[in-house]
Write a new protein. Structure first.
Length: 316
């Protein structure tokens, strides 16, 4: 019996050594590397991120910017310009009377800010060529388009010109309303022949009328365009007393310009008119910012599409 036990023990030990030497052990499964795990899940989480960005873009995120419009000062002004044929007189060198008036009026508008400005022209009748506006480029263009005799009616209808300008100022909410009337003659036609009545009508609506007489002293040359008689001479016909009365009745002033330099100075003086103050207003401006989310989402999807067909591609 002892011998049998010894033999059994030796047999077991010999078998164990054989198994150990032969490597009969259960193999461990290989472990994934960090790199392989990253590549495995990157496409999935990339899509999740892209979809999240698209959802945020569809929500139309906006940025609010708050500001304040500063207080502005402005008045309503009607430039009222005589276009009768006598305005062709060449005593405002280097201009004729009308071109001098247009140039000085344009310079006047350039110096203004926050004022609404309109334009009325008159000859034998009066007509509005530019309603009150803050669009100064339109005012410049319309002043430039003014031409001699454009009303196609002979004469000088000063009363009609005042009333026409009043009609376009009377409903204004501005505290200061002004007509700047420029002429080289006297009223001799029109529906409104009583200049004092026209002035009182303006005063009733708190409209000041500043009158400018544009005429040199004595005779002035007027080109005719006729080679046989290239120029004719016209006498001074400025009704200064009536223009002074119109200005006085409305709280305005009368000015006399005998040349272009004086006319420029007159407009510079009128440029110092009182102004109306408008209170500051706050505002909020919203701007869309969806592109900050949509663009990265599209770029990410394009990158994933490219990688899945190149670097992440697996052979089945």
């Amino acid at each position: 019996m002892p011998l049998a036990g010894v033999l059994a023990g030796l047999a077991w030990a010999q078998r164990h050594r054989r198994l150990h030497s032969a490597g009969v052990t259960a193999p461990l499964p290989p472990r994934d590397s960090l790199r392989s795990r990253l590549f495995r899940y990157l496409p999935f989480w990339g899509r999740v991120l892209a979809i999240s960005l698209i959802i945020l873009a569809l929500a139309r995120p906006q940025k609010a910017s708050r500001g304040e419009v500063p207080p502005a000062e402005g008045i309503d002004i009607m430039l009222t310009i005589d276009t009768s044929l006598s305005m062709a007189a060449m005593d405002f060198a280097p201009y004729n009377r009308l071109d001098a008036a247009k140039s000085a009026a344009t310079d006047f508008v350039k110096k203004r800010a926050n004022d609404r400005i309109g334009v009325t022209v008159f000859g034998g009748l009066a007509m509005l060529t530019c309603p009150l506006t803050l669009d100064y480029q339109s005012v410049f263009d319309l002043i430039d388009s003014i031409s001699m005799g454009m009303t196609r009616a002979d004469g000088t209808a000063v009363g009609d010109a005042i009333v026409t300008s009043v009609n376009h100022l009377k409903d204004s909410k501005a505290k200061s309303k002004v007509i700047i009337l420029l002429t080289d003659g006297r009223s001799n036609v029109g529906l409104v022949t009583d200049m004092a009545l026209a002035a009182r009508t303006a005063a009733a609506y708190d409209i000041k009328v500043y009158t400018i007489g544009t005429a040199g002293k004595g005779q002035a040359q007027v080109p005719t365009g006729d080679p046989a008689q290239p120029v004719v001479y016209i006498d001074e016909d400025l009704d200064e007393p009536t223009l002074r009365e119109i200005a006085a009745l409305t709280g305005g002033e009368f000015y006399r310009a005998k040349n272009y330099l004086e006319l420029e100075k007159i407009y510079s003086r009128i440029n110092a008119l009182e102004t109306t103050r408008f209170e500051a207003k706050s505002y909020t401006d919203y701007s869309d910012k969806y592109e900050y989310f949509l663009v990265p989402a599209l770029l990410l999807l394009a990158l994933l599409f490219l990688l899945e067909r190149t670097y992440f591609r697996t052979v089945p």
